[in-house]
Write a protein that binds this ligand. Sequence first.
Ligand SMILES: Nc1ncnc2c1ncn2[C@@H]1O[C@H](COS(=O)(=O)NC(=O)[C@@H](N)CS)[C@@H](O)[C@H]1O
Ligand SMILES: [Mg+2]
Ligand SMILES: [Zn+2]
Length: 469
Amino acid sequence: MTDFSEWFHNILEEAEIIDTRYPIKGMHVWLPQGFKIRKYTLKILKEILDEDHEEVLFPLLIPENELAKEAIHVKGFETEVYWVTHGGLTELNEKLALRPTSETAMYPMFSLWVRSHTDLPMKFYQVVNTFRYETRHTRPLIRVREITTFEEAHTAHASREDAAKQVENAVEIYKTFFNILGIPYVVTKRPEWDKFPGADYTMAFDTLLPDGKTLQIATVHNLGQTFAKTFDITYETAEGAHEYVYQTCYGLSDRVIASVIGIHGDEAGLFLPPEIAPYQVVIVPIIFKKGSEEVMEFCRNLEKTLKSKGIRVHFDDRDIRAGKKYYEWEMRGVPLRIDVGPRDIANKKVVTVRRDEKEKEIVDFKPENIAEDVKSILDDVTRNMGDKSWKSFNNEVRSVETLEEASEKISKYNGIISFGWCGDEACGKELEEKINVDILGIQGEIEDGNVCINCGKPAKHVALIAKTY
Ligand SMILES: Nc1ncnc2c1ncn2[C@@H]1O[C@H](COS(=O)(=O)NC(=O)[C@@H](N)CS)[C@@H](O)[C@H]1O
Ligand SMILES: [Mg+2]
Ligand SMILES: [Zn+2]
């Protein structure tokens, strides 16, 4: 893991997650293994969102005049929007944008849909591909030009308080999601100069990749009434007056898959949380000359039993050395392996090997219990993964008293540094310049008596800084 970027690119290829040879920079092909991981990851997220959101699907193309309506928003995306100018040989009389995000696709429709306060709150989401002509260094899954797994939620509310509450609900939704995947995070309020174009404020989730740089893995925006006024989204109050709605939007992307791969991976390759692993269990027969048919029979039955209980299991009956199988399934991140030899069968045992522990466990084999036993091992693997990743994450969050200390810690470890900050934009920008970091944002208030580590004025907030992707 010394060179994380090289490790990351290699494992994407070796574990057949995506194929980066597609002839458009920043656009890649999801291969079957990767597609399954993506499918299971989205399944978890959608189950959470479906609790109180409706899933919808909007067109990919946005008319230029709609995209341009919200001046700050379009300014923020003008260098990133892809345009369609022709339909066949016919030049279009209006350019069409490929959605970089869908506010300006959705909100003209919200204006038609929202009539009365009884229509509120409205909470929609969609999982689509979005397109951003990223000019900075593109990286597979991390900074792409086609964001293939873009989950975006958009809500409308009758009051400022309801919208602020929805921001908190959205933060909880993403915390639940990341916790299931064992992805650690800090949540901060982005500084004014780094919020979503057109938003009142942005809450962001940042995780740490093994190279100690942070990756923004989700964002929640309070849009206030800005877009409602631009797109005329009003509702009739109970008293018959007309009010603009208050809105939020929140989203995440392929970066979630990048984080699972980067954070749980190790020298042996991938290590996938059981919830999203294409194979949760792989069965490897230990073949000797005699007794091999009995072993194969046993493994086939074991596979059938586990499959019948909904476990994603694979019986690897290839005629190759067991060692080669061990290597391959570890590299592919299968959370649990079960080895079966003739002696084990005789002793009514099987050998389990967890991906997170090297030593083998001998467990009693009872056909009626084995599926439950396997499920409880997988649950323990999930818990252990999360504990381990949070522990190493928290070790990389350091607090400092002075700018020199901040600079020293960052250059030595990267990671996340916290300290008192006055909150003033000029001071913040100067601080970023001085020690070549990004201010991730602020985390709540700081008790009186603290001074800003850059300008010495009274500190108002706890601020976090890091080197970022
Ligand atoms: N080029 C990119 N490649 C991969 N992921 C990206 C890229 N650009 C943004 N993201 C991810 O997408 C998330 C949402 O994008 S965003 O611009 O912050 N927010 C929006 O677009 C809002 N409409 C909420 S969906 C970001 O937090 C980031 O995790
Ligand atoms: Mg961007
Ligand atoms: Zn200051």
